[in-house]
Design a protein. Structure first.
Lengths: 175, 261
């Protein structure tokens, strides 16, 4: 992130642009900078996946008075949503500008929105990413797996068992 | 979603939309709370997890619907105030979810009947001219699919096992089946909702669709859905099971209205 921000500052300086307060602290406040900052905000229940890679950052808009961030709820009843909203607001404090963080349903979040990095992050957390009916063990990649329970410890996960490495594991539900 | 209805423009439409949102929210809230009673005491550990997860989904859907209703009313009362600050006779959930959770077969039958009905109802608002409801319904539909799969699996499992499982299932269907149609109790102002494109079809038509979906599944087990109890009070009268549940789910709120929990 620091590289992106530094580049932004240099460009602004080269252009002779007005340097605002945040830039004086070494940061240009624009969509790229905000998105980059939000890569540091992780899902509280899956700390290996950033909210950007989870695909829930729908829109970022920066104007003179505020930073507007629209997030998509993964599951409507997910208790982590308020925690994520708070974490985003906390992260945006560094930009020293009013932040407005809202959830929107204008676009339904689906598991297709997970990025490749997000899918890797799920595996690192021991959670199989969703895969069009094919679930592979996050530990040994075997597809000789059995579903133990459609429902799991959180709304977004099911419980599986790997018949090859004999590990129980969780899989992200496809929606 | 080609046109967007502003529900505030016509008081009659606004009142009817209020009834629709309240009925959907109360159904999800009451069945969610009722099913959460299984946490820790379901017949097997997997079902503790499943029912807890399903109940959490339903309460989440209820909250989103109450929030939508609060926005439509715009009277400074938030979702929690609508959910918790009413007297029992002010709730508008249907009689199907008014029953207590009962035994496991009763819970399975109720979930099967309710999830089928709820899916039909969501289908009728997913293209609603009131865009916020259409968007929420599209989101909820994706989650409810898992509830339908779960309910159907258990219904088939109990129906296929002769002896006590099947006997309990039959008994549950006798009682709950005649209330299945109460999900589709005619709403106040319903013609205005249909005319405005907020609701895709009348409740009577939705009940017909729901029965048509249930019929082949029930027939496959040699079962049929009982006729709707003509005396069923729909959404206005509630029994002792609900009075007890109301006492449970409002207990913290009544103890301390500003508690954060």
């Amino acid at each position: 992130m620091s590289r992106v921000l530094a580049t932004g500052v240099n460009e602004a300086a080269a252009d002779g642009a007005v340097v605002d307060e945040a830039a004086a602290d070494g940061a240009v406040v624009d969509e790229v900078a905000v998105r980059s900052a939000l890569r540091e905000v992780v899902d509280p229940e899956i700390p290996t996946v950033s909210i950007v890679d989870l695909g829930i950052v729908e829109r970022i808009r920066v104007d003179d008075s505020a930073i507007h961030v629209e997030l998509l709820p993964t599951w409507v009843g997910c208790p982590a949503l308020e925690v994520i909203k708070g974490a985003v607001e906390d992260r945006l404090v560094a930009f020293d500008r009013h932040a407005e963080v809202v959830f929107t349903l204008a676009v339904p979040w689906t598991t297709d929105r997970l990025t490749d990095d997000g899918r890797d992050g799920l595996r690192r957390a021991g959670i199989a990413p969703p895969g069009d009916g094919v679930v592979a063990c996050p530990f040994c990649a075997s597809t000789r797996v059995a579903m133990d329970n459609l429902f799991g410890p959180t709304l977004c996960r099911s419980l599986f068992y790997c018949r090859d490495c004999r590990q129980p594991f969780e899989a992200f539900k496809q929606i | 979603m080609t046109t967007t209805v502003d529900p505030t423009s016509d008081p009659a439409v606004r009142q009817a939309l209020d009834s629709l949102l309240l009925s959907m929210a109360d159904d999800e809230f009451v069945i969610g709370f009722s099913d959460s009673e299984w946490t820790g005491i379901a017949p097997m550990l997997e079902e503790d997890v499943a029912m807890s997860s399903i109940a959490q989904d339903e309460l989440g859907h209820a909250r989103a619907l109450y929030e939508l209703l609060a926005a439509v009313r715009d009277d400074a009362k938030d979702a929690d105030a609508i959910a918790f600050d009413r007297e029992p006779d002010e709730y508008r959930h249907c009689r199907l979810v008014d029953h207590g959770r009962g035994n496991w077969a009763q819970t399975v039958v109720r979930r099967f009947l309710y999830d089928t009905a709820d899916a039909v109802r969501l289908d009728a608002v997913v293209a609603s001219s009131f865009a916020p409801l259409a968007e929420l319904a599209a989101k909820i539909q994706r989650e409810e699919r898992y509830h339908v799969m779960h309910a159907r699996t258990w219904f088939d499992r109990l129906a296929a096992r002769a002896g006590e499982p099947r006997q309990r299932l039959d008994a549950a269907l006798d009682v709950l089946g005649q209330d299945a149609g109460t999900v589709f109790t005619e709403l106040p102002g319903e013609p205005a909702l249909v005319a405005a494109g907020i609701l895709g079809a009348t409740m009577a038509e939705l009940e017909r669709r729901s029965r048509a979906q249930l019929a082949p599944i029930l027939q496959g087990h040699g079962l049929r859905l009982p006729a709707r109890d003509p005396d069923a009070a729909g959404r206005s009268a509630h029994g002792d099971d609900f009075l007890w549940l109301w006492g449970e789910f409002t207990s913290v709120r009544r103890l301390d209205p500003v508690a954060t929990w």
